[in-house]
Design a binder for this molecule. Structure first.
Ligand code: SF4
Length: 369
């Protein structure tokens, strides 16, 4: 929990219970945690001296023992459709990307949870880049803080709110970075911070079955599952994690998460990237209908975005439409996701395809410049 500098604690690494404990250890009342969280996450204030309802002594002491360490924004790109993508550099030189997608009536922030990803899905740009490390809580929260600041959301009022939804669909498998992701979600949901409703925060997993059960216990947010295939043989190829947690186990975990036994019926979103001649046939659509029987499911069909060096093709529009019609006739809510921001490489599976190269260039420029 201490900063990499070893002396000062990064207050972005804490959720409310953590911050209360930290203030208690400092000899301060726990309510200081709520005051400081509001300053940071609702007012966008990072200067302890400006936190006017703290005692003068505390305002003077905080900079000696604590800091707000944020990733550095290296670049911002704005797509023709309004999608904004920021590349963020981390203190150790790693880089991640965060994407904001504005839509009528809502704004969705897509955050990263790891630098790279260890799961190596065969169609994914991030997976091909390899795995570097987990992000810390403060590095995940830093993404929403910076986006809120850059979008003009601070000081946050209902009228100024731009970020209404958060999806963990950027770089990385969030459930392999469980504790940091849950701590960051706690702050996103906290009424003293971003105050998002739990249904508006979505964790997307390739199917880390044991962590799906833990997530339901720790933080019952919305769940999306990257499915992409209706049978084990194909899914073993597309999502190698399937060899560890095959479809039977994954679907059983989905049923537990949906709360079928308790009757709570949480809807689960299944992501299905459409690949020409690989997973887009009518027979596969019918197999998917059978697979999802008994689960309160919504299916997102995603046009695949080309990745350099990957030998797939985007499914043809007619195939996507045929696939969608079969699912819909069977009663499955099915959405064909619009491709957003593909002129700036912000579309799903393209995230951070070129981050490593750009970050290296940026480091060289800084070193020489
Ligand atoms: S699709 Fe998701 S889980 Fe698979 S390699 Fe890419 S980032 Fe990782």
């Amino acid at each position: 929990m201490t900063g990499t500098a070893g002396r000062r604690v990064n207050l972005l690494d804490f959720d409310r219970p953590g911050l209360e404990a930290w203030f208690a250890a400092l000899g301060e009342k726990p309510f200081r945690a709520v005051q400081v969280m509001k300053w940071i996450h609702q007012q966008g204030v990072t200067d302890f001296g400006a936190m006017s309802n703290l005692s003068k002594a505390l305002r003077q002491r905080l900079p000696e023992v604590a800091e707000l360490r944020l990733p550095e924004v290296i670049s911002e790109q704005i797509s023709d459709d309004g999608t904004r993508k920021w590349m963020l550099r981390l203190p150790d030189g790693g880089a991640v990307e965060t994407v904001f997608i504005p839509e009528a009536g809502r704004g969705t922030l897509c955050v990263s949870s790891q630098v790279g990803c260890p799961l190596e899905c065969s169609f994914c740009a991030t997976g091909r880049q390899g795995f570097n490390r987990n992000l810390g809580t403060g590095e995940i929260l830093g993404q929403i803080f910076l986006a809120a600041r850059l979008l003009g959301q601070f000081p946050c009022t209902p009228a100024r709110r731009r970020i209404t939804n958060v999806v963990f669909m950027g770089m990385g498998e969030p459930l392999l970075n469980f504790d940091n992701v849950v701590r960051a979600i706690n702050v996103m949901l906290d009424e003293n911070a971003y105050g998002l409703s739990r249904r508006r925060v979505t964790v997307s997993t390739a199917g880390v079955v044991p962590a799906m059960d833990r997530l339901k216990e720790a933080s019952p947010v919305s769940l999306a599952v990257s499915l992409h295939a209706p049978d084990d043989r194909l899914r073993d190829q597309l999502v190698p994690l399937n060899r560890t947690y095959p479809l039977k186990e994954l679907l059983a975990a989905c049923k537990r998460f949906a709360g079928e036994e308790s009757g709570s019926h949480e809807q689960i979103t299944f992501e299905y990237v459409m690949l020409d001649g690989v997973n887009d046939s009518s027979a596969q659509a019918h197999a998917l209908v059978r697979l999802l029987a008994g689960i309160p499911a919504k299916v997102n069909l995603i046009p695949w975005n080309p990745v350099a060096g990957v030998d797939y093709r985007r499914a043809k529009p007619q195939a996507v439409e045929r696939f969608r019609a079969i699912l819909q006739r069977a009663g499955l809510i099915t959405i064909t996701r619009k491709t957003r921001g593909d002129d700036i490489d912000a579309a799903c599976g393209q995230l951070v395809g070129r981050v490593a190269a750009r970050a290296a260039r940026h480091r060289r420029e800084r070193a020489t410049g």
